[in-house]
Design a protein around this ligand. Structure first.
Ligand code: GYE
Length: 311
């Protein structure tokens, strides 16, 4: 008898498929890593990835998705900049029988308009950040300033909510000021400068809660320029776990971050492979992990380990 040799298998059945990816932009280090990892995943799986950068504008995303539909792609990935306003274009994709997978942000739309969403639990992330602060502050009075993500985006809405849930009932902790920094370093710094001016040169601020690490890095810069010590005079807690925040932690200039994987495309391509093969429908939400890191976690080593993983 003749034993047949198994052909080498490419990572899970997407070879030759055409996938359109409407990315938000490149506002943060985390976002840039997500783009890199999506491109790497596509290459490894033999996928022809059509990439469109929306420069933070939903109207550009809607145009890109309509373009993908017109081209007759096999599937579409969307990282939706804001949570609302997607119903029409998603209905168009559905009519064309093109499955849509949402990456890293949730939307407010009927669930049958998309295949699934690969995201973290963003309320939980805010809760983890808030719980860390509650434990760190103890009974002391603490005025927090909050740097919100992009207005109307699901992470901005949910990370705010989770943090507020964590500090509820701890009357010594109050959010004194809260404003959007649009998930960027530049705006994070700018807004922090205005917070410092408004709060006695920063002396009245006990902690910064930033909805992502990039805004935290901007805030750290502003605090240093104001002659105060970030991480000591003003505690810093944020979300993403990008390499640069671990450098800041290693310097004692940041205190805690909640990790978010930039590999949202891997799970998305896995479920698309099954769906395109035989119609297997995934769960409506594929939840990625959230893990707290503090200065106790050897930040220098984490920095070294993360560099190169898409960052
Ligand atoms: O945390 C932030 C970004 O949508 C969850 O978007 C994502 C967020 C991420 O630019 O850095």
């Amino acid at each position: 008898a003749c034993l047949s040799m198994a052909a080498p298998v490419l990572a899970a059945g997407m070879e030759g498929k055409v996938v359109g990816f409407s990315q938000i932009g490149s506002e943060s280090g985390w976002r840039a890593a997500e783009t890199t990892l999506t491109q790497n995943q596509a290459k490894e799986r033999g996928i022809d990835l059509k990439f469109a950068d929306a420069q933070q504008k939903q109207e550009n995303q809607i145009k890109a998705v309509r373009g993908f539909i017109a081209q007759g792609v096999d599937a579409i990935l969307i990282a939706p900049v804001v949570a609302t306003g997607w119903d029409d274009v998603l209905a168009e994709a559905k009519d064309a029988e093109i499955p849509v997978v949402l990456l890293d942000r949730q939307i407010e739309a009927p669930e049958d308009l998309y295949l699934t969403a690969v995201t973290s639990d963003q309320v939980h992330e805010g809760k983890v950040a808030g719980d860390w602060l509650v434990a760190d502050v103890g009974d002391k009075a603490c005025k927090v300033v909050e740097l919100q993500g992009t207005t109307g985006s699901s992470p901005a809405i949910n990370r705010k909510q989770g943090f507020e849930e964590a500090i509820a009932g701890h009357d010594n902790i109050t959010i004194a000021r809260s404003q959007t920094g649009d998930f960027t370093r530049t705006k994070g710094k700018e807004v922090m400068e205005s917070f410092i001016k408004a709060e006695n040169g920063g002396k009245d601020i006990c902690a910064v809660y930033a909805h992502n690490d990039d805004m935290a890095v901007g805030a750290i810069q502003a605090i240093k320029e104001a002659g105060l010590k970030p991480g000591t005079d003003i505690k810093i807690v944020s979300i993403d776990a990008v390499p640069d925040i671990f450098l800041a932690m290693a310097e004692g200039e940041a205190n805690a971050t909640v990790e978010l994987t930039p590999d949202m495309a891997g799970p998305a391509f896995d479920v698309l492979a099954a769906y395109l093969a035989d119609g297997t429908a995934p769960a409506k939400w594929i939840q990625t992990e959230s893990k707290l890191f503090t200065q106790a976690d050897d930040p220098k080593a984490v920095y070294e380990a993360k560099k190169g993983l898409g960052y």
